[in-house]
Ligand binder design. Structure first.
Ligand SMILES: Nc1ncnc2c1ncn2[C@@H]1O[C@H](COP(=O)(O)OP(=O)(O)O)[C@@H](O)[C@H]1O
Ligand SMILES: [Mg+2]
Length: 469
């Protein structure tokens, strides 16, 4: 925590300070208890920095876990936490060098105190989103379900302080002049913060956790996000360098699905990713990650997705992945896809596969180049091969609702045919009941793929009626 932050923090009452000393002392004692094995037993094999950090953070929160303490978040708490971190690290038998130990102590302190009452939520790996609407309205999403927590901020000012600290850490400022900010926590979590008057009733925080472990192909299969047949087809399409656009609403699982499809990209390919806030974490080694930059306080320095895309084309990419297409970069992306840079995957905010196409068209027009509607649509239908629409159903499960192949333009209307769909039949308790099925349509790309020596089993596309998922 910086000096500035500390000066702004309220002082502690003597009572609280005394309680803290006890906690700090206990922390030191516990950390020193190695000899009798009490602590050792709980210790995992600590081979890397992040594992050490996660384990210590958990223990630290246990130690100072009384909520009253976290809510006070005064300078004395910082001291107690620092004390804990220093002692724990000094007494731990861990494979870190001195510089790493110092960094670890600083990060532990900063992340624990800096996040105020949110610290316990951030330490819970099951929490995927944290939403602060008001001092006494803090929600989390766990396993796809939103629930209200007992976590409280003292008042609106308390929320603002946490926001300012998050912003300060990444060298940004949030104030009445710029009351909205997209930020990132050191662990990669994405944060959106707003201040009044933009949010009428007070400051808000929306944190999208960067999962300790991202959902992978098998996780989504188990959850029931798609059928094995849909997965098999999409994996073939990715390997065959088809261009795929994933559509859906906010939180529908677009980015997650993008990550899962990207798992199918061969190791030998050079991947360039373009995102507003880097959240994709690909398995492949050969990845260059690019991130846009908003306008700074002096009104300069903006680097748009379009700038990045133009630059990416000069980086000899085998694949370009656009995390979310939202503006003028749509035009450059389509042009790239149409001029040999195929195998692209991206996401777009839309309500259906059809809506995705019309939004894409609107975005192309944002590039400010006068193109007749027909020319834009021609670009779109020749650049995009597959549309995959995901939806968050009311049981919290994200499912692929539809997979469609684009087949061309008839007159002015883009033509597409649905290949797979989720057929919802009803609900059983909270669970949505239904099944995935092919539509019986064999995609056009199957012929073309066969010519390239890639066999796609026709059975994948059969209609199925029975199996419930
Ligand atoms: N198939 C899924 N089942 C359950 N939860 C999911 C699934 N896909 C994503 N999630 C969770 O939903 C949240 C939003 O996912 P994300 O992919 O970021 O959505 P989007 O990019 O559409 O906004 C994340 O917390 C993620 O872990
Ligand atoms: Mg996303």
């Amino acid at each position: 925590m910086s000096e500035i932050d500390r000066r702004r923090l309220p002082r502690f009452s003597n009572d609280a300070a005394a309680r803290l000393k006890t906690v700090a002392a206990r922390a030191g004692r516990v950390a020193g208890e190695d000899a009798d094995g009490a602590v050792k037993a709980a210790r995992p094999a600590r081979t890397d920095y992040l594992a050490v950090k996660a384990a210590l953070q958990e223990r630290l929160l246990d130690e100072i876990g009384e909520r009253g303490l976290l809510e006070n978040d005064g300078a004395d708490v910082a001291a107690a936490v620092q004390d804990f971190a220093a002692r724990a690290i000094a007494s731990e038998d861990i494979a870190l060098n001195d510089a790493e130990r110092v960094r670890l102590a600083e990060e532990l302190t900063d992340e624990t105190i800096g996040m105020g009452p949110l610290a316990p939520l951030l330490a819970d790996p099951a929490v995927s989103d944290i939403l602060v609407n008001a001092p006494d309205q803090v929600y989390v999403e766990r396993f796809g379900r939103l629930e209200r927590t007992a976590v409280r901020f003292r008042d609106a000012e308390h929320i603002v302080r946490v926001i300012e600290r998050i912003a300060a850490r990444v060298g940004r400022r949030i104030d009445t002049a710029s009351p909205m900010a997209d930020l990132r926590l050191p662990d990669g979590s994405r944060v959106n913060a707003t201040l009044p008057p933009v949010t009428i009733d007070g400051p808000t925080l929306s944190i999208r956790r960067f999962g300790r472990r991202r959902l992978r192909r098998d996780d989504l299969l188990n959850i029931g996000t798609f059928s094995p047949e849909i997965l098999e087809f999409l994996v073939i399409a990715v390997r065959a360098r088809k261009n795929i656009l994933i559509s859906g609403g906010t939180g529908a699982g677009k980015s997650t699905l993008l990550g899962v499809l990207a798992e199918a990209i061969p190791e030998t390919e050079r991947i360039v990713t373009i995102e507003d806030t880097a959240e994709l974490s690909l398995d492949q080694e050969h990845v260059v990650r690019m991130e846009t930059r908003p306008i700074n306080i002096e009104g300069r320095g903006r680097i748009s997705a379009r700038d990045l895309l133009v630059n990416a084309l000069r980086m000899r990419p085998d694949r370009i992945i656009v995390g979310e297409v939202r503006g003028a970069e749509a035009l450059d992306m389509l042009q790239a896809l149409n001029t040999g840079h195929d195998g692209g995957i991206g996401t777009i905010h839309a309500n259906s596969t059809r809506d995705a196409l019309s939004r894409l068209e609107t975005m192309v027009l944002m590039a400010g180049i006068e193109l007749p509607s027909r020319a834009v649509r021609e670009q779109i239908v020749s650049a995009i091969h597959l549309l995959v629409h995901v939806r968050r159903y009311d049981d919290g499960v994200r499912r692929i609702e539809s997979v469609a192949e684009i087949t061309g333009l008839e007159g002015l209307t883009p033509q597409m045919q649905e290949l797979f769909a989720f057929r919802r039949r009803g609900k059983q308790g909270r669970r949505v009941v239904g099944h995935f099925t092919g539509t019986g349509v064999i995609p056009r790309m199957v012929d073309e793929l066969r010519e390239e020596g890639i066999q796609v089993p026709a059975a994948l596309f059969q209609r199925t009626e029975e199996a419930d998922l």
